[in-house]
Design a protein around this ligand. Structure first.
Ligand code: BGC
Length: 441
């Protein structure tokens, strides 16, 4: 011990060069940046008995881990949930309208349900929360599914009619419209990997669905703008796109670069390119990073299974890779349209991990804005724990925990972290400790 003290006392100070600059200010976001949360009707409302997923769960008990049932009963508890969203200091709420509630049968409109969503919009407004409404978030009316779902050539027209009704009803009350959530996920989950209804593995069907989704977006975009023009107002309409950031294993190998380019084109860009001129802003759902290595034992021949490399991943096996958000945003900035992060979040039961995830992804967002990318808002997925499709209630994405079956709500510790970021409109220095940055002394 004495010897150690001695060494410390007598050792010369090593020359370590200039002292690293260490900023203690917060990472401030532009004024008016919108902090928000997101949900989707089928995942939170409960009892969506006219939707195709409802029928699917009933007919395929082995393909879903749980029935959605009451979900988290957001349908009846939205006031309480919005109070909590306001307590989180969020100023934007993204939610979806369940098409099957508005049109439970062909040519039938349910006025009572139209009023319900009108009440939700009002409930947001009185709390000072802006609204972002998704028209289609994965679940279809069962009557549309019976005609062939998105494969039905009449689907785009039916969607336009629904969009027209809803846009006329709520004109002036919705701040941002999203037509379709993740068109490419609809194609792949329903028709390629076939884990979601109608679980039909067929390339021709997948292509037809893709084309009909393009037509549906364009038609709905037009319908929403026309409804607004009739009232003499303007609206902002987009879609929520699932973006995958990609990296190549061997950047000098042509095959790696080719597959990475192809996946980027098909998954990230094709839908937007095909609907060019019909996006007032770009919605970005960011969860995935993939490494491309055309090799024998790869997923679909080219994607590295990250489990092999023991990477940091969520409870449902999705890689935690914050820098990918920066790359994805940089890529999307080429469209020269404002961007809103319409979803980003992690499935975890470890609150330190969620807090770290939130800080590290939002930090990348900060860098993207600093690099000149026009990002206007961020919605954490999700406000509430919810029904995670085929995974039932096993994945925990929420800032708010919902106990099953009592449905009692409580804030998780990470909610405080997000609330602080939203309140300060930036990442205060002390929160950077979650990403290994020492706290202010
Ligand atoms: C979907 C959500 C889903 C989330 C987490 C997104 O791609 O829009 O419905 O809950 O991913 O899996």
């Amino acid at each position: 011990m004495a010897q150690e003290n001695n060494i410390q006392a007598s050792a010369p100070t090593p020359d370590i060069g200039p002292v690293a600059e260490h900023r203690h200010e917060k990472l401030a976001f532009p004024e008016g940046f919108l902090w928000g949360t997101a949900t989707a009707a089928y995942q939170v409302e409960g009892n969506n008995e006219h939707s195709d997923w409802w029928q699917w769960e009933k007919d395929n008990p082995t393909r879903v881990r749980a029935r959605s049932g009451l979900a988290v009963d957001h349908y009846h508890r939205y006031e309480e949930d919005l109070n909590m969203a306001a307590e989180l200091n969020t100023k934007l709420y993204r939610f979806s309208i369940e098409w099957a509630r508005i049109m439970p049968h062909e040519n039938a409109i349910d006025r009572h349900e139209l009023e319900h969503y009108g009440n939700m919009l009002r409930a947001c407004r009185v709390r000072g929360i802006k609204t972002m409404v998704t028209l289609h978030h994965f679940s279809l009316p069962q009557w549309v599914a019976e005609k062939g779902g998105w494969e039905w050539p009449g689907a785009a027209r039916a969607f336009r009619d629904y969009a027209r009704i809803v846009a006329a009803e709520y004109a002036g009350q919705v701040d941002y419209w999203l037509t379709i959530n993740e068109p490419m996920v609809i194609v792949s989950q329903g028709y390629l990997t076939a884990v979601w209804p109608p679980a039909k593995k067929n390339y021709l069907s997948a292509y037809a669905v893709y084309r009909h989704l393009i037509a549906a977006h364009k038609e709905a975009y037009k319908a929403i703008h026309e409804a607004a023009a009739k009232r003499g107002i303007t609206v902002l309409v987009g879609a929520a796109n699932n973006l995958i950031s990609l990296s190549t294993y061997n950047r000098h190998r042509f095959a790696d670069r080719w597959y990475s380019w192809l996946m980027d084109k098909v998954w990230n860009h094709a839908f937007i390119d095909a609907t060019a001129g019909c996006h007032d802003f770009l919605g970005v759902n960011y969860y995935f990073h993939q490494r491309i290595d055309p090799g024998k034992k790869r997923i679909m021949g080219v994607i590295v299974d990250i489990r092999e490399e023991q990477r940091d991943m969520s409870d449902i096996g999705w890689e935690v890779f914050p820098a990918g958000l920066f790359d994805a945003l940089l890529d999307f900035s080429n469209y020269k349209l404002p961007i809103i992060i319409t979803e980003n979040g992690i499935a975890t039961r470890n609150e330190d991990r969620r807090a770290r995830y939130i800080v590290s992804y939002i930090k990348e967002l900060y860098h993207a804005i600093a690099a000149g990318i026009d990002v206007r808002g961020y919605c954490y997925w999700s406000l509430l724990d919810n029904f995670e499709w085929e995974k039932g209630f096993s994945a925990s994405f929420g800032l708010i925990e919902v106990k099953q079956p009592s449905l009692e709500r409580s804030f998780k510790p990470s909610a405080k972290v997000y609330a602080q970021i939203a309140k300060e409109n930036g990442i205060p220095h002390e929160l950077l400790r979650f990403v290994g940055h020492e706290a202010k002394l």
